[in-house]
Design a protein around this ligand. Structure first.
Ligand code: GLN
Length: 253
């Protein structure tokens, strides 16, 4: 399939940076990397995954998509320290290069300004998302259905497991409006956050396999960032993914 008479799918490539898989990788969040990789390869688009582990440095010019998963408080302490070392590079990637970010739960919390756990010091975030998180007294565990306005499907489903309560500062856009579940804090009906091509969410699952349209939306943003034009994605047979999605819409447990 040719785009603007320039390129075939097989000439396209996307680079994915997996941030701190040695620290933040619980509840199957790694499955989001598999969803991104497979939905590119099924379309004959080349893809590389580069892991940046503790002590590693981010090459902000290289990657089109950045992924950071969830983790328990202890791992978040270490991830907070590591993220500060790469803060400038991450900001350049997101703000100057329009790279796509997907941050899940603990990783989402650390893209905000801070996370204040029950015990110990406040964990510094990098402030890429204008939000903050404080420890709550209740653990939110269960299925979530949210309404979105940027996908044809209009819903995103997933599984939440967090005690942190995230609050969006005025002007910070939520990812979705909660219809079933708790979302950011169980009160204001927001779930996740979005800034430019940066997406944060509490949804595990992993979130992308059950939301193929959301996955393709991220891939389209990444292709536009890399090639400066809209590249249509070949339609895939998503019967299984759509069945899984519809099965969870409206489900509580
Ligand atoms: N420790 C954080 C919380 O409980 C994040 C947990 C997670 O990443 N699932 O809110």
């Amino acid at each position: 399939m040719r785009f603007n008479n320039i390129m075939e799918n097989s000439e396209l490539k996307i680079s994915i940076c997996h941030l701190y898989p040695d620290l933040l990788n619980i509840y199957g969040d790694m499955g989001n990397i598999s969803a991104l990789v497979n939905r590119l390869r099924w379309r004959d688009i080349d893809v590389e995954v580069v892991e940046v582990k503790s002590g590693g440095r981010v090459n902000y010019k290289k990657h089109d998509i950045y992924f950071i998963g969830g983790g328990q408080d202890q791992q978040q302490i270490m991830a907070s320290i590591e993220l500060q070392k790469n803060k400038d590079a991450i900001f350049k990637a997101a703000e100057d290069n329009n790279a796509v970010f997907l941050a899940i739960c603990g990783g989402f919390q650390l893209l905000g300004h801070y996370y204040q756990p029950h015990q110990g010091n406040k964990l510094s975030g990098i402030g890429l998302l204008d939000a903050y998180t404080v420890a709550g007294t209740t653990r939110f565990i269960g299925n979530v259905t949210g309404k979105v306005n940027f996908l044809r499907q209009k819903t995103i489903v997933g599984f939440e497991n967090h005690s942190g309560l995230t609050y969006l500062n005025p002007g910070c856009e939520p990812l979705m409006k909660v219809k079933i579940g708790n979302g950011n804090n169980g009160k204001d009906k927001t779930e996740g956050a979005r800034h430019k091509n940066v997406f944060g969410t509490y949804l595990h699952g992993p979130v992308l396999p059950k939301n193929p349209e959301f996955c393709d939306y991220l891939l389209s943003l990444a292709l536009r960032k890399r090639y400066n034009c809209d590249i249509p994605l070949l339609k895939l047979n998503d019967d299984i993914e759509t069945f899984a999605h519809r099965d969870r819409v409206g489900a509580r447990y």
